[in-house]
Design a binder for this molecule. Structure first.
Ligand SMILES: C[S@@+](CC[C@H](N)C(=O)[O-])C[C@H]1O[C@@H](n2cnc3c(N)ncnc32)[C@H](O)[C@@H]1O
Length: 594
C-alpha cells in the first residue's frame, strides 16, 4: 500500500503453535497474562488464525491484516515470547535477532516493600529513619507525617493497628529483623484488596516443593508465620501454606532495588521470567519510577533464551552454585559453570606452587645468563632509576602489545597472564560435582582434599573484612599476600582490584590530580586486569564494565598529562595515550547510557 512500511513486520505464526506454547508455559495452573486466549483479528475482529511472530500474543485472521496492522502493533510488539520446559519452567526466547542495547521490556512493579532484614527505613519512601517520627497508627518509624497514611504502608499499618499492640523499633542504623513480615503482608493483603495483582503474583514460581523441609522454610515458619498468626492474630485470614507460598515467591522472584540510601524489594511480572545464566545476555536497570528496564547486553540471536544473573557474578563457581542451589533451588549448568576455567575467566582458580617455583627458578637462571652475557653493555646504557625507568618499561611493554603491561617480571605477577588454559592454575575438574578433584592445568598434579575450599574461605573472610573500610595500602598488601595462592583473576582479587581502582583517585592523599605517573599506570593496569574478566563474565553493556571504563579513561587522561609534563612522553606519544583515553570514555558512555 502506498506510504505504508511494513517490511520489518515479524513473520506470522499459526495460532495453533502459539496456543500449544501457551499451554506448555501455563505453569502452576495459571494462564499467564501475555499468552493468547480468545484471539480475534486485531484488524477486523474475525477469528484469528495466525499470531504475530514477534510477541506471539497478537492475533490476525490472515497475513495481509497482520501487515496492515503492523504500524499500530509495532509499539506494543516485543522481540521475545514465553516458552517452557520441564527443566527450566517458563523462560523467554528471542523471536528475532536483537542488537546490543535494544530495549526488551520495561516492567512496572507489581509490589514493593522492605527487604526481610534491613536497617530501619521509612515504610513509605524507603529512606533510612532515626526514630524521630513514628507512625501514629502502628508505631513503625517513618520519616515524616507526609509518609503516614500512604497506600503502600497501609497493609502492615492496619494489621498492627488491629492487633492493638504497636511496634517499637529502638535500634537504628543496623540490620533489624522486625521488618521481615512487612513485604509478605503486603502480598497477602492483595488477595482481598487487588485480586488481579494477587493472581499475577501467584503465577510466579514459588519452589514450594523444594523449600519444604529446608532450614530456610523452618526459620521462616518460626518467624514470619509466627508473627502473622500469633502477634497479629491473622491465623484465620492467612493459612500457613499460603504464607509459605508467598515467602517462596518472594525468595525466588523479588528483585533487589538499590536506592540512593537503602535497598528494597520489588516484584515484577515479565522480568521474573528471565532465566539465570552466570554470563547473562541482558542488562537490568531501574528508571526513576522504579520500572525495571531490561536491554540486550550483547547481540542476541533469534531462538536464544534471554538470561540474567541471579547471583554474584564476581564469585567462584562453588559460591554461585551454592547460592543458586540454596536460594533458587536449581543447579546452574551454564557454560561458565561447566567449564573448569570458567571460559578462561579463572575466577575460582588457585596457583600451583610447584609450577610457580619451577618457573621462578628457570626465570632466575635465564636472567643470570642474560646478565652474564650482557655485562658491560648494559652498564654503559645509563640505567635510569625510579619513575623514568618504570615509565620506559611500561612504554616498551605497551608498544609490544604485552598483556602483562607494567607488571614485574615475576612469575607471580598480579596481572592476568597465561590465560590460554595451560598455565600453572589449579582448577576443579568437574565444577558441578561437590566431590570433584582439583588439578593443575600445567603439571596435572592434584590438590589435597579440601585445601582449595579452605584457603578460599580464609582469604574471602579477610577480603570481606578489608572491604568494610579499605585503603590503597591495605588492598595492595592483601594482593601481595595472596598472589602466590590464587590466580590473579580470582574473584577475590577482582573484587579487591575493583575497590583499588576506585581508591586510586578518591582516597585522601590519592586524589586523581595528585597521582604520580607510576600510580596512574598502576590504576590503568588494574583497569585492564578487571576489564579482561568483565569482558568474559559480564560482556557488553554491564555496570562493571561501565564503571571500570570510566576509571580507565581517567587513568589514561591523567597519565598522558603527567607524562607530557615530566617530559616522559613526546607529543605524539601523549596524543596516542589521549586517544586511548577517548576510546575508553566513548565505550563507557555507550555502556552507561543504556
Ligand atoms: C525467577 S524464576 C524464573 C521463572 C520460572 N522459570 C517460572 O516458570 O516462573 C526462577 C526459577 O526458574 C528456574 N530457573 C531459572 N533459571 C534456571 C536455570 N538456568 N536452570 C534451571 N532452572 C532455572 C528455577 O526454578 C528458579 O528457581
Amino acid at each position: 500500500m502506498p506510504g505504508e512500511s511494513h517490511g520489518d513486520a515479524p513473520a506470522a505464526v499459526p495460532l495453533q503453535v502459539a496456543v500449544q506454547s501457551a499451554a506448555l508455559s501455563c505453569v502452576n495452573g495459571h494462564q499467564p497474562e501475555d499468552q493468547p486466549k480468545t484471539l480475534k483479528c486485531g484488524e477486523c475482529a474475525k477469528e484469528a488464525t495466525i499470531v504475530c511472530g514477534g510477541c506471539w500474543t497478537h492475533g490476525y485472521c490472515a497475513r495481509d491484516h497482520q501487515l496492515k496492522g503492523w504500524e499500530k502493533h509495532r509499539p506494543k510488539c516485543r522481540p521475545w515470547r514465553v516458552g517452557a520446559s520441564s527443566e527450566l519452567g517458563r523462560f523467554m526466547v528471542a523471536t528475532r535477532d536483537v542488537a546490543a542495547g535494544e530495549l526488551l521490556m520495561k516492567d512496572s512493579p507489581l509490589l514493593m516493600g522492605p527487604k526481610m532484614v534491613t536497617e530501619p527505613i521509612c515504610l513509605a519512601c524507603y529512606r533510612p529513619v532515626d526514630g524521630e517520627y513514628t507512625c501514629n497508627g502502628c508505631g513503625f518509624p517513618l520519616c515524616s507525617a507526609d509518609c503516614e497514611g500512604t497506600v503502600d504502608h497501609e497493609p502492615e499499618c492496619k494489621a498492627i493497628r488491629d492487633s492493638g499492640v504497636p511496634v517499637k523499633v529502638s535500634v537504628f542504623g543496623e540490620e533489624n529483623s522486625m521488618y521481615e513480615c512487612i513485604t509478605p503482608l503486603r502480598v497477602l493483603n492483595l488477595r482481598n484488596e487487588s485480586p488481579t495483582l494477587w493472581n499475577k503474583i501467584m503465577t510466579l514460581e514459588s519452589n514450594c516443593d523444594m523449600r519444604d523441609g529446608t532450614e530456610v522454610a523452618a526459620i521462616t515458619e518460626q518467624t514470619v508465620v509466627d508473627i502473622i498468626h500469633n502477634r497479629l492474630e491473622l491465623e484465620e485470614e492467612y493459612e500457613t501454606e499460603i504464607i509459605e507460598k508467598v515467602l517462596g515467591i518472594l525468595d525466588t522472584n523479588a528483585f533487589e532495588i538499590r536506592l540512593p540510601d537503602s535497598s528494597i524489594l520489588g516484584v515484577y511480572s515479565s522480568a521474573s521470567l528471565l532465566e539465570h545464566d552466570c554470563v547473562p545476555n541482558t542488562h537490568r536497570t531501574f528508571d526513576a519510577d522504579l520500572n525495571l528496564v531490561v536491554r540486550a547486553a550483547i547481540p542476541i540471536k533469534r531462538g536464544d533464551h534471554l538470561t540474567s544473573c541471579y547471583t554474584e557474578s564476581i564469585a567462584t563457581t562453588n559460591y554461585r552454585q551454592e547460592h543458586l542451589r540454596s536460594s533458587k533451588y536449581f543447579i546452574c549448568g551454564c557454560k561458565r559453570c561447566t567449564d573448569p576455567t570458567e571460559l578462561k575467566a579463572f575466577t575460582s582458580a588457585l596457583r600451583c606452587t610447584d609450577c610457580t617455583e619451577k618457573a621462578e627458578a628457570e626465570a632466575k637462571k635465564k636472567k643470570a645468563e642474560v646478565q652474564g652475557r650482557g655485562r658491560g653493555v648494559v652498564r654503559g646504557g645509563a640505567r635510569r632509576g625510579g619513575v623514568m625507568n618504570r615509565i620506559n618499561q611500561i612504554q616498551t611493554s605497551q608498544a609490544a602489545g604485552s598483556s602483562q603491561q607494567g607488571s614485574s617480571s615475576s612469575t607471580q605477577s598480579t596481572a592476568s597472564g597465561d590465560n590460554d588454559g595451560t598455565g600453572p592454575w589449579i582448577v576443579q575438574q568437574d565444577p558441578l560435582s561437590l566431590s570433584s578433584s582439583w588439578k593443575c592445568l600445567n603439571c596435572g598434579n592434584p590438590c589435597t582434599d579440601d585445601y582449595p575450599e579452605r584457603i578460599t574461605s580464609v582469604a574471602q573472610e579477610e577480603a570481606e573484612e578489608l572491604e568494610e573500610s579499605p585503603t590503597v595500602d591495605q588492598c595492595e598488601a592483601f594482593i601481595e599476600k595472596w598472589i602466590s595462592t590464587f590466580h590473579p583473576d580470582h574473584a577475590i582479587f577482582v573484587n579487591i582490584k575493583y575497590v583499588l581502582v576506585h581508591l586510586y583517585g578518591s582516597e585522601e592523599g590519592y586524589d586523581i590530580e595528585e597521582l604520580t605517573p607510576i600510580q596512574l599506570m598502576k590504576k590503568e593496569e588494574l583497569c585492564t586486569q578487571v576489564l579482561r574478566v568483565a569482558d568474559i563474565i559480564q560482556p557488553g553493556i554491564s555496570r562493571l564494565r561501565g564503571s571500570i571504563l570510566y576509571e580507565q579513561y581517567q587513568a589514561l587522561y591523567y597519565k598522558a598529562k603527567a607524562m607530557f609534563l615530566v617530559g616522559a612522553a613526546t607529543s605524539e606519544q601523549t596524543r596516542r595515550i589521549a586517544m586511548d583515553a577517548l576510546t575508553a570514555l566513548k565505550e563507557c558512555a555507550r555502556v552507561l547510557s543504556k
